[in-house]
Design a protein around this ligand. Structure first.
Ligand SMILES: [Zn+2]
Length: 687
């Protein structure tokens, strides 16, 4: 009956488009819409605990948005998880990573509810999962079910909370629409007590393009905010001088009543002259654009800002704008030279809001903006080269600085005195066939000249290309769908530094600008150095703490964009990895196998337990443990299904049948992502 109604509701939407239909259709439409609304059940909070969140929808994760809400379980596991509304179990899955044990319930109204990091599923599903694990001989399985198999009623217990997959004990809860797009659950009948207003900590001013400046430079400017009790607002500790196109960002967080951990506010908006010019409201994302979190957030070191502007290619569905995508045009209409107060408003779901104010001082000309005194007290380096999408800025400080190009491939202009330094711009245009240009920097008579090499190859939206750098010692492969905007990557060779478990090769490169990310994956590759074994080599990226993180070791032709027409030089026998953003990359060698320790039961022990838990600690420095198959536990030569917890480096297994008296050898095997293997055994007895 319900299903029939739903079908009618879907059909009637088509009728809306045919307004010329006879009156009888109109009557039917009203009746059907009425029943569709009545059918949507009020959603039940999934836990019998006071609703408290450790994360809200849309928070920043490394490669995506947080697609749900995290419910606090106060360091404990095992709380019953209740179905939000009537429906049926559509899918269940287990994995050592990510969601861990997760169950997907399709509600009768078509929406999907996801419950993740579970300790266990309810009995009927748990049995099916066990059966599938035994069938495949592995812990990671995924099952899809038919509608009739596991119907659930609103409030029915479908599992228990846990800490499987990522993170400490909590319940990750998602609400998705019928098309599988995650929605903010707090906008759909869920409530969490919240009388606290968001806190705004810092504002960000981002100049865009060579003709734009913030505080006289092209780098984003960060301004701390202070609470101003009299005006009941946060206020910037200083003004920012701007010219050209600038965007605003904000670092902020919310807290709710039951706990003081930081949460993402629901929305941010930018107000100028009493008019809202841009707003961002975290109500819905889709999986296909989750990686665009890199366009919605601006990172500087460990600071993360919500942006109030849209960069090219940003398709995220939660903005509204006055038509300029949030970019402010400083120096002309509507922001002529002078003082312009701006206001940023952050709101939470409960409607609590906070405001921050800052004054933008708009200069009359680029030159005037450039001459502004730098507010920075840091001693300026003698030479700075800053890469931007379509230009580079070379700043030289010396007694008689000059900058010239060794050949005529690029033009340097304008040259401006700034803060006792010389600023030169290299504007990148089309340089067919020319890959680099050397810029000779002269500081004065007392110092030798320095040469800066600029790279001139361009990546563009819609063009698949393979760009070779440093005579092919690094290659960047972009797909037609990779680049968001035209960019001239600046590549600097930096010999990598070894770290525990990793040996350096000579191949390390910094690719800038650091703010560039990709829509479709790009690929970076390195040649296998002479005398080295490709199997142990891998591509690594430097993380925020300066450590190396393994990102791949695909060999020739395993994937990557099609052969590019302009590729020259060595393209075979290479190690590659997919990349989603520029950064600091290196080819490193991992010859250190994992270490296996703390085997329990230990050797020469006697047990009473007929189904003893076999557990060991497996740690790998370097490339790390990448997949479940990299680990194995055997009992008297027979493989057992093991469970791995990468967060605590533990692997464990339990025999599914009680063991008879006797002596048992159990063995742990581990290999890392570079193929290094380790093995450890212990012998125990049962009597
Ligand atoms: Zn979560």
């Amino acid at each position: 009956m319900r299903r029939l109604r739903y079908t009618f509701a879907a059909a009637c939407c088509e009728l809306v488009g045919h307004r010329a239909g006879p009156l009888v259709w109109h009557v039917l439409l009203v009746a059907v819409v009425g029943s569709a609304i009545a059918q949507a059940q009020e959603l039940r909070w999934p836990l019998a605990l006071t609703p408290t969140l450790s994360s809200t929808f849309g928070e920043t994760r490394s490669t995506a948005f947080h697609n749900g809400i995290d419910l606090k379980t106060w360091g404990k596991t095992g709380y019953p998880v209740h179905a939000a509304a009537d429906g049926w179990v559509e899918r269940a899955r287990t994995s050592p990573w990510g969601f861990g044990r997760v169950i997907y319930v399709r509600l009768n109204d078509g929406r999907i509810v996801v419950y993740a990091h579970l300790d266990s599923f309810y009995d009927p599903v748990q049995k099916r999962i066990f059966r599938e694990q035994r069938r495949l001989g592995q812990y990671s399985v995924q099952l899809w079910f038919e509608k009739e198999e596991y119907p659930v009623r609103r409030g029915e217990v479908i599992g228990a909370t846990g800490q499987t997959g990522a993170g400490p004990p909590h319940l990750h809860f998602e609400l998705r629409d019928g098309g599988n797009a995650p929605m903010n659950p707090l906008l759909h009948a869920f409530e969490v007590a919240d009388t606290e207003s968001p806190t705004l900590r810092r504002l960000l001013v981002v100049p865009r393009g060579a003709g734009s400046l913030a505080d006289g430079g092209h780098d984003p400017v960060v301004v701390p905010l202070r609470w101003h009790a009299q005006s009941q607002r946060f206020r910037a500790v200083r003004d920012v001088r701007v010219f050209g196109r600038v965007g605003i960002g904000v670092e902020s967080f919310d807290t709710a009543d039951a706990a003081d951990n930081p949460l993402a506010p629901l929305s941010h908006s930018l107000i100028i002259g009493g008019q809202e010019v841009f707003s961002s409201r975290l109500q819905r994302v889709s999986f296909s654009s989750g990686h665009q979190v890199a366009l919605d957030r601006w990172r500087i070191g460990n600071l993360v800002f919500f942006t109030l502007f849209q960069r090219p290619g940003n398709r995220l569905p939660f903005y509204s704008s006055d038509g300029n995508a949030g970019w402010l045009l400083a120096g002309g209409e509507p922001m002529p030279p002078g003082e312009h107060p701006i206001e940023v408003v952050a709101k939470d779901v409960a409607g609590n809001e906070s405001r921050a104010q800052m004054t933008l001082l708009v200069d009359a000309s680029f030159a005037e903006a450039m001459a502004a005194a730098s507010p920075s007290n840091e001693p300026a380096p003698e030479l700075e080269v800053a890469a931007h999408e379509r230009f580079a800025v070379i700043t030289v400080r010396g007694t008689a600085p000059t900058v010239r190009v060794s050949d005529q491939e690029i033009h340097l202009h304008p040259q401006t005195d700034r803060h006792a330094g010389l600023v030169s711009y290299a504007h990148f245009g089309d340089q067919p066939g020319v890959q680099t240009a050397d810029v000779v920097v002269h500081f004065g008579p007392e110092r030798p000249d320095t040469t800066v090499r600029l790279t001139l190859q361009t990546i563009r939206p819609g063009e698949a290309r393979t760009l070779l750098y440093d005579a092919g010692r690094m290659a960047l492969h972009v797909d037609a769908g990779s680049a968001y905007e035209e960019t001239v990557p600046q590549v600097t060779s930096v010999e990598p530094v070894a770290s525990p478990g990793l040996r350096a090769t000579e191949l390390g490169f910094i690719i800038e600008p650091a703010t560039v990310s990709f829509d479709k994956w790009a690929r970076i590759s390195f040649p296998v150095p002479d005398g080295m074994d490709a199997e142990h080599l891998g591509v690594y990226v430097s993380d925020r703490d300066g450590g190396w993180v393994f990102i791949g070791n695909d060999l020739d032709g395993t994937s990557g964009p099609a052969e590019a027409p302009d590729a020259k030089g060595p393209t075979s026998n290479r190690v590659s990895a997919r990349i989603r953003a520029f950064g600091h990359f290196a080819l490193l060698e991992d010859r250190a196998p994992p270490t296996i320790s703390m085997l329990a039961p230990r050797s020469q022990t006697w047990l009473d337990e007929r189904r003893p838990l076999l557990r060991a600690r497996v740690v790998d420095r370097g490339s790390g443990i990448g997949k479940e198959e990299d680990l194995a536990i055997e009992l008297n030569g027979r493989p057992l299904i093991h469970i791995y917890d990468p967060e605590v480096d533990l692997v464990e297994a339990r025999p599914d049948q009680p063991l008879a008296d006797g002596e048992y050898v159990w063995t742990v095997r581990a290999s890392d992502q570079a193929g290094n293997q380790a093995e450890a055994s212990s012998v125990f007895g049962l009597r």
